[in-house]
Ligand binder design. Sequence first.
Ligand code: DC
Length: 230
Amino acid sequence: MKKITIAIDGFSSTGKSTLAKQLAKHLGYVYVDTGAMYRAIALFAMQNGYINSELFDKEKLIASLPSIKLQFKFNSDLGFAEMYLNDTNVEKEIRTIEVSSFVSKVAEISEVRAKLVEQQKEMGKDKGVVMDGRDIGTVVFPDAELKIFMTASAATRAQRRYDELTEKGDDVSFEEVLHNVEERDYIDTHRDNSPLVRAEDAIEIDNSYLSREEQFDVVLGLVNEIIEAN
Ligand code: DC
């Protein structure tokens, strides 16, 4: 069966990765979480003292980019690929609220974006890929056969993120999470370099009131239509 490219963009915590993983599993496609790549670079910057609440040494981070190796390694127990930063599994470390609070600043740097976009294009060159992020349908794969743009209200997204973090045992308040969601929305949509915008040919899905299953059924219907038409 012909393989296609599926680009899923949208605001943070709209469930992009949940949908992308469901689709990849069902279709036997590769799933690429591009947010994990930006998060790993932010973690690297934190570990090396290039970013904290008082400073951000962009020049040092840019100079270090050639020495940063990012890889996805499939974990068959989990059913998805985990992020490795310079040969260390950082899947847990990149999901903390600290990384979330610095990652948008790191993702604004054009040198960072150029490096990651190049890797992402390479990973999807044979199609049969579901990639989620902010610029997949606009910059990484402008010719993707299916583009989805996901939205939900900030409060709905903050609640989902808060539930996830507290379930993992993170000590955060709902207000802190909501503030982080709103701040990231602002930076992601206002940056000069590849801001989060809906591609003209993307299909918008507001999942504030859709269950995971309903959302999956809607998108799978679209995938099947496209595969049959191709
Ligand atoms: O999807 P996420 O929340 O894990 O993404 C983390 C951050 O990375 C997010 O604030 C924006 C940035 N990002 C980006 O700029 N471009 C992408 N393709 C993916 C993520």
